[in-house]
Each structure stands twice: as C-alpha cells, then as structure tokens.
Design a protein around this ligand. Structure first.
Ligand code: NAP
Length: 254
C-alpha cells in the first residue's frame, strides 16, 4: 500500500475533507492521528477507520491554541510515534462582505485568520522536528481562493487566509527541501461539506453560476480530494514540492 509504515496527522479530521483524507490514508496503510476541535467527531472518524480494518487514534485539538499544539506533538510522539505526514486541513469560512456589520467583520477576520492561517503555523511549528526526523511530507489545504476571490459570497478574510496558505507552502518547501521534507498543497473547488451547506441550501443561483464556470460541471465530494492527498503524501510525488495541486473540476482553467 502507498502509505505503509507512515504515521499521518490530519487536523479538522472530524468532518468533510479531513475525515475523507484520514480514512483514505488509513486505507493506504498509514496509522492516522485524527485531530479535531470536536472530540466526538474525531472519535467517529477513528471508529470508521477501525471498522474498515485500519489504524488510528483520536485526539481533541484546537489548532488556534499554540501551547496545546506543542503539547499534542509531544503526546503523539510518545503515544504513537513521530509523524511522517501532516495534513493542515482544519478551516472555517464566513461570508460577510468587508462593508457588512463592523463587529461581524472584525470577528470573522480574527476567527478565520486564527484557524485557517495561524492554525497552520501552530501545528506545523509544533510537528516540524518530527517531520524533519522522518523526512516527512506536509499537505496544506488551500483553495481556488489561494489565487483569486470567488463571490459565492466570501469574506476577504477567507481569501486572505488561503493566499497565506499558498505563501506558507512555498516558503516551507524552500526551507525544508534540504531536510528531505516536501511541502505541497491542494486547492479544492466547491466540495460538498458542512462548510458550505448553508450557501448550497440558500443560494442555488450562486452555486449554478459557480458550476457554469466549472468544466467538469459538478460540485466535488470529499472523496475527490483523497487521491491528490495520497499522491502528495506518498512516494508517487517524490520530486514534487512547493506545488498546489488543484482539485477544482477545472474552475481555474477558464
Ligand atoms: P468542514 O466539513 O467544516 O470540516 C472542518 C473541520 O475542522 C470540522 O470538523 C471543524 O470542527 C474542524 N475545526 C474547526 N475549527 C477548528 C479548530 N480551531 N481546530 C481544529 N479543528 C477545527 O469543512 P471542509 O469543507 O471539510 O473544509 C476542510 C478544509 O478544506 C478547510 O481548510 C477549508 O477551508 C478547505 N476547503 C474547503 C472547500 C469546500 O468547498 N468544502 C473548498 C476549498 C477549501 P467543527 O465542525 O466542530 O467546527
């Protein structure tokens, strides 16, 4: 299997894309450390992994808490072993325009940057020595909005955070390449998860506009991100670093 003998940590793995990646990695032989702010959701992902004959452990982790991330890295090293794959997936979205209610806009900015960008920093910083020791791989979850602003609608904070994820991916790829650590990202298009359930339910016309711009003509499923995530974590991508693999149905090509 493609990920035999790997230990993979996946943040936000209690739902959506993160859960699909965790289950997909376990299917490929990895032992998966399932991290989520929601302990029950993390436990459910591990249950699904175990039911399928895989290996996994669940831990509750809020990626915005830098000290908790450091403690978690130590705990995982002691209880599971040094990780060789890190997927920075935890993320949120809010869709207020910059000129909406000022209090809401400020809160959106603080929360989105804290989770989507500072969270990626916190977890990566906590686990980086393990990843250097194992010549590991980091997979960050970016977005179409690592390159542009998409009006589904979306907040400036979300677009800013995902541009930041791309910059962080490139910077770490440059620095850690000499240690044999590869750092890449995935750019999902519209993937049907709880993250966008409200906009899908309430704004079908916006979703139609989005789909009309998508060559493959459909929304993605979490499973659509699993193949790219396995590719970037496995030796199949041995000479790939600093890239963002788009899994967006072709949105960015037109
Ligand atoms: P999701 O279904 O909402 O899953 C996100 C998970 O992250 C949830 O379990 C959530 O827990 C958890 N989480 C939230 N805050 C956290 C924190 N502070 N620490 C740890 N875990 C936290 O969303 P998704 O669609 O799978 O999104 C996963 C990633 O893909 C995100 O980075 C998102 O920006 C990115 N992405 C998604 C799409 C899309 O169309 N779905 C497109 C492009 C990029 P709670 O549910 O308890 O909050």
């Amino acid at each position: 299997m493609l990920l035999d003998n790997h230990i993979a940590a996946v943040t936000g793995a209690g739902s959506g894309i993160g859960r699909a990646i965790a289950i997909g990695y376990a299917r490929e032989g990895a032992r998966v450390v399932v991290l989520d702010v929601n302990a029950d959701a993390a436990a459910e992902t591990v249950q699904q992994i175990l039911n399928a004959g895989g290996k996994g452990q669940a831990y509750s982790l809020d990626v915005t808490d830098r000290d908790a991330c450091r403690l978690m890295a130590t705990k995982v090293a002691g209880e599971v072993g040094n990780i060789s794959i890190l997927v920075n997936n935890a993320g949120i979205n809010r869709r207020n325009a910059f000129t909406a209610d000022p209090d809401a806009v400020v809160k959106d900015w603080q929360d989105i940057i804290a989770i989507n960008l500072n969270g990626v920093f916190n977890v990566t910083h906590a686990f980086v020595e393990q990843l250097r020791a194992t010549k590991g791989r980091i997979v960050n979850i970016g977005s179409i909005q690592s390159f542009m602003h998409v009006r589904t609608p979306n907040s400036p904070a979300y677009t800013t955070s995902k541009h930041g994820v791309l910059g962080f991916t490139r910077a770490l790829a440059a620095e850690l390449g000499k240690d044999g650590v590869r750092v890449n990202a995935i750019g999902p298009g519209l993937i049907e998860t709880p993250l966008n359930a409200a906009v899908r339910a309430n704004s079908p016309e916006l979703i139609k506009t989005f789909m009309d711009h998508t060559p493959l003509g459909r929304a993605g499923k979490p499973e659509d991100i699993v193949g790219p995530a396995i590719f970037l974590a496995s030796d199949l991508s041995a000479y790939v670093t600093g890239s963002m693999v788009m899994a967006d149905g072709g949105y960015r090509t037109v």
